[in-house]
Design a protein around this ligand. Structure first.
Ligand code: ZN
Length: 235
């Protein structure tokens, strides 16, 4: 154990801190992409809703047109009967029936007109929403590529630090490495703490003077009597 080992340990902690940060960033990728996708999702839902409304109107239009056709057939049939009529009474009754059927047809045509007007309105809205969804798609696509490029950078950096970590680990004794790893885990990423103004910067306790003299040499592995962190001199 010596100065070099302690130096490697301090550097290892810096590397492990960076690795933890980069790993966290990497894990957030799906979340970040989801966030970026939100406005696209909203515009796609809007579009889908308006499409449904439009389809419903088209169906209503077809239904009305079919009923109007049926009504037409009925009127034609009634008209063809007029030649067979024998009495004036029956003739008047038939005319009434024809008039009634025409009235029904005319009412249906009015309804159809309302549906057509509505459909035209919705169609305009549909076009706008379609345009908006397309724009959002483009925007998201650009954003997504940016995010993915950033993460390639993160990945590269991470790989570099992982390699660096292996190198540093190889310079540190097995037992010390184990002690360090346990501390790094239990002390929230601060296993090696500096001593400044006679205080352990890990737990802010005063270090006894004799220990301080030892730490100043930076040549021995000394742990804080209070928090157990591995200490090094930094003044
Ligand atoms: Zn301490």
């Amino acid at each position: 154990m010596g100065e070099e080992e302690l130096k490697s340990l301090i550097e290892l902690q810096e590397i492990d801190t960076k690795i933890a940060g980069l790993t966290g960033q990497k894990k957030r990728l799906p979340e970040i992409i989801d966030e970026a996708k939100q406005s696209l999702n909203t515009s796609q839902t809007d579009l889908s809703n308006i499409k449904t409304a439009y389809d419903n109107l088209l169906k209503e239009k077809r239904d009305k047109e079919r009923i109007i056709d049926d009504e037409d057939v009925k009127i034609e049939k009634l008209k063809s009967k007029t030649s067979e009529i024998k009495t004036n009474e029956a003739y008047q009754a038939l005319l009434h029936e024809i008039e009634a059927a025409k009235k029904v047809k005319s009412g249906l045509e009015d309804e159809l007109l309302v549906v057509l007007e509505k459909a035209e309105e919705i169609k305009k809205e549909l076009n706008t929403k379609e345009q908006k969804a397309k724009e959002e798609e483009k925007k998201f696509s650009v954003e997504e590529s940016g995010i993915k490029a950033d993460f390639v950078k993160v990945e590269d950096e991470l790989n570099k630090f992982l390699k660096d970590r292996d190198e540093h680990r190889s310079r540190i004794g097995k037992d010390l490495l184990k002690r360090y790893a346990q501390l790094f885990e239990s002390k929230n990423g601060l296993a090696v703490a500096a001593v400044k103004n006679g205080i352990c910067l890990g737990c802010h306790m005063n270090i006894p003077p004799q220990t301080l003299t030892e730490i100043k040499k930076n040549s021995k592995i000394i742990q804080c009597f209070n928090c157990s962190r591995i200490l090094y001199w930094k003044d």
